[in-house]
Design a protein around this ligand. Sequence first.
Ligand SMILES: [Zn+2]
Length: 465
Amino acid sequence: MRTLISNGTIVTSEGSSVADVLVEGETIALIGADLGGAGITADETIDASGKYVIPGAIDVHTHMELPFGGTFAKDTFETGTRAAAFGGTTTIVDFAVQSRGASLREGLDAWHAKAEGNAVADYGFHMIMSDVNEETLKEMDQLVAEGVPDFKLFTAYPGVFYSDDGAIFRAMQQTAKNGGLIMMHAENGIAIDIVANQTADSGMTDPYYHGVARYSIFEGEATNRVIRLAEAAGVPVYIVHLSSRDALNEVRAARDRGAMAFAETCPQYLFLSLEDMKNGFEGAKFVCSPPLRPKDHWDDLWTGLIKDDLQLVATDHCPFDFEGQKELGRGDFRKVPNGLPGVEDRVDLLHDGGVVGGRITRERWVELISTAPARLFGMYPRKGTVSVGADADLVVYDPNRRRTISAGTHHMDVDYSCYEGREVRGASDVVLSRGSVIVRNGEFTGKKGAGRFIKRSTADAARLA
Ligand SMILES: [Zn+2]
């Protein structure tokens, strides 16, 4: 099967130019001006005049079917990757979970079983480590060899995912040997629980107080601490879902002194705020951790994205229905499942708020949603760029189409949208995953189970660049 994408403006992190792209089988075979005129034939031609042709977006932070607070995140690998594809995202990296007392292997096998035969587009895994001990430290080396080279630990959620400083440092010493990467959820969960309990005990139980109790200073403190531990171990560290200027200041200071500190932020921290958590129990729709911050953090985060103190934007997609799931926390914000839907909207929100909004160039937009994720997470140049030999994960993107985000039209399996009624400029028209068209003009044309596990490399050189 040969597909010719003609006359589009190819946008990569390096630059933009009008050219044709010839896809042969699963990969990009040729890029050049007027390939049709040069006698190149194809089974199908997609006219991309006036559109962008960008590398499929990569979301390195999703939680399909995550067990949390007595329930499960609602999207499966099938519904979640399909919704992602509608939004121009053709690869996700999800978090497999080690249950307390079980092995990393059991956790990873369980996540392979959830994804295999179900995902409609490609996927990889990071590993959430709940126990750090002699056995799991050895297992880390094996996982790195199997293409699962990242390990997420938490300074939050005492009694659940929480690791103390010794456990975190021990895991970092292991990645110093095996080339893996430690990813950190950096909030001081011990201190947060004290404030959260005092807040709830004094009768302030609405979801809004989830946001109030998780001080940004607790995020800044934990961010500094884990970066310092990583410097002591001599390894890179990656801060997930950075939400506040307090944490950003620590990442920037670390990078300025030459530390190997990296961080992502998420659309909810750029476009939503603590104000959204008001309105009684409706605020439960916006309960996630770290929480939404006051609006005055937004500009700092955008500056972080512009100056590369924040290297990419991921979603932390973790959807719970308002009805029946978020409602578990009625009367007690501590019991609201933490997480927001978002895998479908990231590319368009960043295009609208970033490129159309005049904050970033379209090339930086591609870098934040695709190229940097591919580089930092060991998939480049197979993914994350438009180049000969790369996987033909491509999006024909209309930068001028306007659409209104709504739960009534989105494809995520969740009963509300955090961005209900927001109009954005920019939308994916045609989405290819390894050469197959899986979304065309609002219709899904892919296949359940067509997604493959991506064995990722440690990409040391890229990570340190
Ligand atoms: Zn997460």
